[in-house]
Design a protein around this ligand. Structure first.
Ligand code: ATP
Ligand code: MG
Length: 391
């Protein structure tokens, strides 16, 4: 059970240390070279490794161009860059060149192990049947504050706990905050970054742009720079959603209530649109307007579901009033749980982790169970596939 790994070290001392290390202990057959970005093409050709690490003390534009050129001749190669520079600029540039991951220098056996782990996650994405289309659910608030982002992120987490592979895509292009709800890890690339490079966008780029919240739960964040938003095309958004659909069981779209072309494209592509509201007049008025827009857009009624969030029985407005006003069916209600939900949001810990017995957590779990059957046992995974194919 061995993976072919090659490493290009920038210094002889690093090479010697790696040669002396026991790579078999991490399940790898390791070939070590000294060299630079210039050496990459010949190593790729000669070794044909499953994973290749390149130690790059000076990650300048010339090196990036050499990497880009080498990877063009081996598009499937899994290249990991090892550099002391961990800036977002270098990460973005490297990913544009086709690099799959950036790891901190110095190069060591531990670096090789981390690269293998990353490759494992990547391969599991590609090992899915390409024709198994995932389900796309759009969560849209009737107006701001309904709870769409909370529901999209926490339902996604609940689905991932059911063993499903889930992607959250934050389509609130201005100041989207979905990442915060699930732990606010460092944003690698945003929806905007991807949608701007539609021609280059493929599964590998999508995968490396996702924040990996867990093995099954990935998130594509909104841009941190709202001035770039104008460059997002609906074609770019469509490609992101369709690629995600082909690789995940569920794709949850956090859509803005401002019905711009990007939001409408997302709603068009969704299998189900969940319109989130709360039981008070401003929300119901907004939902009524939005339901009218949905009718004009020609959406079938069974694609639309009203979600009443923070529902408390006994108020002056009833669920029947909502159905009458919107002419839409109520798909489900979620209770109000101010303290637990606020704590979850403030700490960026999913509610199911933080307060599994909370009524909202129970409702989310029930929702996820309705959408997804229990996890399938006995998946032999990436290692099996890779070893089999290289045997
Ligand atoms: N079921 C609930 N019980 C209690 N509080 C809730 C519940 N759902 C959401 N909230 C609270 O409502 C706040 C607003 O929710 P959220 O940010 O998800 O709204 P939104 O519809 O995405 O609004 P925006 O248009 O601003 O994106 C959350 O920070 C959370 O604290
Ligand atoms: Mg939101």
């Amino acid at each position: 059970m061995t993976i072919k790994v090659s490493a290009i070290c920038s210094a002889e001392a690093t090479r010697a240390a790696l040669v002396g290390a026991d790579a078999t202990s991490i399940g790898a057959v390791l070939t070590v070279h000294t060299g630079s970005a210039q050496t990459l093409a010949s190593v790729l050709r000669r070794d044909q490794p499953d994973v290749l690490l390149l130690d790059l003390p000076v990650a300048d534009e010339q090196a990036m161009e050499q990497i880009e050129a080498a990877l063009m001749t081996a598009p499937g190669a899994h290249l990991v860059l090892v550099s002391a520079d961990s800036s977002l600029e270098l990460l973005k540039r490297a990913m544009r060149a086709g690099v799959r991951e950036l790891l901190p220098a110095p190069m060591s056996l531990m670096t090789v192990q981390r690269a293998l782990k990353h490759a494992q996650g990547h391969q599991s994405l590609h090992s899915r049947e390409p024709d198994v289309a995932g389900q796309v659910l759009a969560l849209i608030p009737a107006k701001g504050g309904a709870g769409a982002t909370f529901l999209a992120t926490n339902l996604a987490h609940a689905l991932s706990k059911q063993g499903k592979r889930v992607a959250v895509i934050d389509l609130n292009l201005y100041f989207g905050d979905a990442a915060i709800f699930l732990g606010d890890k460092k944003i690698v690339s945003s929806v905007v970054d991807l949608a701007r490079q539609t021609e280059r966008l493929d599964s590998a780029l999508l995968h490396s742009s996702m924040i990996k919240l867990s093995e099954n739960l990935h998130l594509l964040a909104a841009s941190e720079l709202p001035e770039d938003v104008n460059e997002v095309s609906t074609a770019g958004v469509e490609k992101i959603i369709e690629l995600a659909r082909s690789h995940y069981d569920f794709v949850l779209l956090d859509v803005s209530s401002t019905l711009d072309p990007v939001a409408i494209k997302a709603l068009d592509l969704a299998d189900t649109i969940c319109l989130a509201l709360q039981l008070n007049l401003p929300f119901i008025r907004a939902a009524t307007h939005m339901a009218a827009v949905f009718r004009e857009l020609g959406y079938a009624r069974d694609k639309l579901s009203v979600i009443v969030n923070r529902y408390e029985k006994g108020g002056s407005i009833t669920l029947a009033d909502v159905e009458k006003a919107t002419q839409l069916k109520i798909g489900r209600t979620l209770p109000n749980s101010h303290l637990a939900v606020t704590a979850s949001v403030n700490q960026g810990v999913p509610l199911l982790e933080m307060a599994p017995r909370d009524p909202v957590a129970r409702a989310l779990r029930a929702w996820a169970q309705e959408l997804a059957p229990p996890p399938v046992q006995g998946n032999r995974g990436w290692w099996h596939g890779l070893v089999k194919s290289s045997a």
